[in-house]
Design a protein around this ligand. Structure first.
Ligand code: AMP
Length: 185
């Protein structure tokens, strides 16, 4: 978990490669759906363009399908982003008999997040990295996703990592934390 620009995608890809588990990133799945022009893509395209969240029922169904396909472990990126999504995830994990080993929070202040997203806009040309849409996405993070972080802070194995540091330093810490989780399992 963490605000846009914290490096969730980058670090999740590393975890996925290191542990050979699928990287389930709802944002990537939605962008792929938009690019393919599927029904789902057409439905979510305007929401992504405006930086608004896709309705929970659609997102929960998407993740449910992916989790049922995933075998022995997975890394979730960009989900859950609302309390109802977190509740649905709890139920889903119970169904497939898999606890959440760890919730990683990549903490970053808004000013650094804005700066990074603006640079990414220049580099990758992501349609939702414009100043107005960046503001909308950060506002949605504070309003809807921070309560989920608080929920896991009090009732989950949440570990906070300072994400303003270079990618390699953040990865070194995450790798360390995951090693400890694995040693305990
Ligand atoms: P991301 O790449 O994670 O920033 O996601 C890009 C966009 O996809 C978001 O701005 C939302 O429109 C949508 N999206 C991704 N994950 C979710 C989610 N868990 N719930 C609702 N919408 C999502």
């Amino acid at each position: 978990m963490g605000p846009q620009g914290a490096g969730k995608g980058t670090q999740a890809k590393q975890i996925s490669a290191e542990y050979e588990i699928p990287h389930i990133a709802t944002g990537d799945l939605y962008r792929a759906a938009v690019a393919s022009g599927s029904n789902l893509g057409r439905q979510v395209e305007p929401l992504l363009a405006e930086g608004r969240l896709v309705p929970d029922d659609i997102t929960i169904q998407l993740v449910r399908d992916e989790l049922l396909k995933a075998g022995d472990g997975f890394v979730l990126d960009g989900f859950p982003r609302t309390l109802p999504q977190a509740e649905a995830l709890d139920q889903l994990l119970e169904e497939i008999d898999r606890p959440l080993s760890i919730i990683l929070l990549l903490a970053l202040d808004d000013a650094t997040a804005r700066e990074r997203l603006t640079k990414r806009a220049a580099r990758e040309g992501r349609a939702d990295d414009t100043p107005a849409v960046i503001d909308e996405r950060l506002a949605s993070y504070h309003e809807k996703t921070e309560p989920v972080v608080d929920h896991y802070r009090t009732s989950g194995n949440l570990v906070q990592v300072h994400a303003e540091r270079p990618i390699e330093d953040v990865w070194a810490e995450i790798s360390d934390v995951l090693g400890q989780v694995q040693a305990r399992a």
